[in-house]
Design a protein around this ligand. Structure first.
Ligand SMILES: N[C@@H](CCC[C@H](N)C(=O)O)C(=O)O
Length: 281
């Protein structure tokens, strides 16, 4: 069983090439491989390329074994993998995910800088995975633990809960995320971002991801936070999102289509040992 490790501004993924590997990648194997002590360690696994109607498709798995509909950093990483592994020579390509199609464009020859057209943001509560009456869930009071927060929920193919705040930190988002991720407000869990607006063109976020926990960066979270900041009049449509792992440039057009631009890097090739594969708990 072989993987290739990449990261997008510190959000690390293992690519599992389903055309080259034969072993089954089930929930237990995903959890073990992603474990940072007992396995390789990663924020998730990108399995593919699958071919659907002549286009590339990828599946995104979280370290808890659950499947995600989308990953923004994951898409850029997977695009670079397709280039590195010789699956494509094109400057532009479409990649299908369970959360919709993404168009990617390589901005340099080695594929380390990529722009992705992520499709449309949606503020519909149904698409944002919220329980209850259909609505736009903007600045809704939600209680996580002992505290109440003004939450704006949005879908970027996957679901997000954005909470603007004056000051943000890793500790704060972990405290909130421990309750918000599995809160009954959401039908199938949620990704949480706390957001500080620096000025009209710069925001800063801390992230607690669905099925992952704290991460240094997230592409779809950046799109979601920028979308909420723009929708609430806190920022312009052209925003740099600052995260502990690095920055992503987000541009939103008049139809709420979102472009995300940022870097990716390959890290290493990994082959799991027979010991690891034979292991029985
Ligand atoms: N890190 C990703 C988001 C990964 C998916 C998420 N955990 C989910 O379950 O929706 C990104 O860069 O967008």
């Amino acid at each position: 069983m072989k993987f290739e490790k990449y990261h997008g501004i510190g959000n690390d993924y293992l690519v599992y090439d389903c055309q080259k590997n034969t072993e089954e990648l089930d929930g237990e194997m995903i959890r073990r491989v992603c474990d940072r002590n007992f396995g390789v360690g990663s924020d998730g696994i990108l399995a593919g390329p699958y071919i659907e109607d002549g286009e590339f498709a990828v599946r995104v798995f979280n370290p808890d074994g659950s499947e995600a509909k989308r990953a923004g950093n994951g898409i850029r990483i997977f695009a670079k993998y397709l280039k590195d592994a010789g699956y494509t020579l094109s400057e532009r390509l479409n990649i299908r995910t369970k959360g919709g199609k993404v168009q990617v464009r390589f901005l340099n020859a080695d594929g380390t800088r990529i722009q992705a057209d992520m499709g449309k943001l949606s503020f519909s509560s149904k698409e944002a995975g919220l329980a209850g009456e259909p609505r736009e869930a903007l600045e809704e009071k939600m209680v996580f633990g002992q505290n109440s927060y003004d939450c704006s929920c949005v879908s970027m193919g996957n679901t997000h809960c954005v909470i603007p705040m004056m000051e943000i930190s890793r500790e704060k988002v972990c405290k909130i995320g421990a309750f918000s991720e599995r809160s009954e407000y959401f039908e199938d869990r949620v990704n949480t971002q706390i957001m500080k607006v620096l000025d009209k063109n710069n925001i800063q976020i801390e992230i607690f991801e669905r099925g992952v926990g704290y991460t240094l960066a997230s592409g779809t979270s950046s799109c979601a936070a920028a979308g909420v900041a723009f929708r609430l009049g806190l920022a312009d449509s052209d925003v740099m999102v600052h995260m502990p792992g690095g920055k992503l440039w987000i541009q939103i057009d008049e139809d709420w289509r979102v472009k995300m631009t940022g870097s990716v890097q390959s890290v290493c090739r990994i082959e799991m040992t027979e010991d690891f594969l034979r292991f029985e708990p």
